[in-house]
Ligand binder design. Structure first.
Ligand code: NDP
Length: 411
């Protein structure tokens, strides 16, 4: 399969290298990004570490015609979008014009509005069908692997699923006072927004990180976790039958929350422009310039990520709860592809998804799909081989009701 990867950041570097490590499947790999020097750095890594030559190009993927021209030059069978959510629609437009399959790891967001909704991309359904091409949305870890854990549970472990809690822990230490593990702008937009979960057929909003729960994560232990809205909830509500409640939890250390609140209080996470000395500046974009790049955190990062889905439902008339999860070690991923575990867990699923397309398991039908709509079984088998081993553990009970609030919101 000939593949074009757009975005040479922390996760894009993993995608390019993992494709290089599967050279029997990816016969040609081309990496394009806004900054050519970053593509060249990944090119050198692919050559030195994996013995594979990849092509590189400078590309501003906001300009549809430039992406069309590059696609026509490279002639890929699949474009993997590892740039930012702002580029999703422009890259989908370029794929439509050239009739090439599309895949990404994060849903479209308008740059001036922090809204995590699929409707903009779902609106491409008919156009992709008519063009006879496939778009696979949200094929990272969360969204991505977590959706596939739910689809796997639905297909193999339950007759009906009632409750899902996606639990996401990074228990690693990068040694910085404050840094984000993926693109700072996207990360801070996500965690500073109001929280939201779905129960009994409706969305319930919360204050930002209002609810807290101690969750016991495999290989990591108990960690304070906070309820927040995450985009996979929207598609899973539609695609998992019988669902009564779905929530998303993420761990944050006290230091991270302290920094985030100060930044928010002083206006540094604002996404609207402010005039400074006669120049328009978007505070969150300036903040991104100051913070470490996620790819720079890999060297010396210790500890593990532990991410999974706690799923409760019925099987043969009995109620049961399982946790399906992966644990990933920052030091090991650094050794393998010079990346930290968050970039690794984001980068391995799209490569596995691409392998699913190359082998004909996915992409048989034209249109726009979230990953849980596709067959999870061959993916689960392959993703373990590609570096993200997974486990199923029976639990005594689900995570229960919302009981504890963060001190700021406690009565
Ligand atoms: P980075 O900021 O490290 O990388 C983003 C890359 O995209 C940068 O190299 C950047 O270029 C490039 N880029 C930005 N704008 C353009 C453009 N207009 N044209 C071409 N290239 C562009 O972020 P990450 O690698 O951490 O994240 C990449 C993506 O993965 C994001 O969409 C993020 O939301 C998603 N993600 C998904 C996760 C999941 O589990 N589903 C988890 C984590 C991230 P430059 O270097 O010039 O700035």
């Amino acid at each position: 399969m000939k593949v074009l990867i757009i975005g040479a950041g922390a996760a894009g570097s993993v995608v390019a290298q993992k494709c290089a490590m599967n050279k029997d499947i990816f016969t040609e790999i081309h990496l394009a990004s806004r900054t050519l020097s970053k593509c060249k750095k990944v090119q050198a890594l692919c050559r030195a570490k994996h013995g594979v030559e990849i092509g590189v190009s400078e590309l501003d993927a906001d300009v549809v015609q430039d992406t069309v021209d590059l696609i026509l030059k490279v002639r890929p069978e699949l474009v993997i979008n590892m740039a930012l959510p702002y580029q999703d629609l422009a890259i989908m437009d370029a794929c439509l014009e050239t009739k090439v399959n599309y895949m990404d790891t994060a849903n479209y967001e308008p740059i001036d509005e922090a809204k995590f909704e699929y409707h903009w991309q779902w609106a491409y359904q008919d156009k992709f069908k008519e063009a006879g091409i496939t778009a696979i949305l949200g094929c990272g870890f969360d969204p991505g692997q977590t959706n596939i854990y739910c689809a796997y549970a639905q297909k193999n472990l339950f007759d009906e699923i009632h409750y899902i809690d996606i639990i996401d822990c990074n228990a690693g230490d990068h040694g910085q006072a404050f840094a984000t593990n993926f693109n700072p702008e996207i990360n801070l937009r996500e965690v500073t927004q109001r929280g939201k979960y779905w129960e009994a057929g409706q969305w319930i909003e919360t204050e930002p990180l209002e609810y807290r729960k101690m969750i016991d994560y495999p290989e990591v232990g108990e960690k304070a976790s906070y309820l927040l809205y995450h985009e996979e909830l929207e598609s899973l509500v539609k695609n998992i039958k019988g669902l009564k409640r779905i929530r998303f939890w993420m761990t944050f250390g006290d230091e991270y929350i302290k920094h985030m609140e100060v930044l928010q209080n002083v206006g540094m996470t604002r996404i609207d422009p402010v005039v400074h000395n006669g120049v328009e500046v978007v505070p969150i974009q300036f903040l991104k310039t100051l913070l470490p790049e996620p790819s720079s955190l890999a060297d010396g990062y210790t500890g593990k990520t532990s991410i999974g889905c706690v799923i409760t439902g019925m099987k043969n008339g009995s109620k049961k709860t399982v946790l399906i999860y992966n644990v990933c070690d920052h030091e090991q991923t650094h050794k393998e592809v010079e990346a930290q575990a968050v970039s690794y867990t984001t980068g391995v699923p799209p490569v596995t998804g691409a392998i699913m397309m190359a082998k004909g398991f996915w992409g048989k039908e034209a249109g726009v799909f979230n990953v849980e709509q596709l067959d999870p079984n061959p993916f689960m088998e392959e993703v373990a081989k590609q570096g993200l081993q997974w486990f199923v553990k029976e639990l005594d009970a689900d995570l229960g009701e919302l009981t504890e609030k963060r001190a700021k919101y406690a009565a």
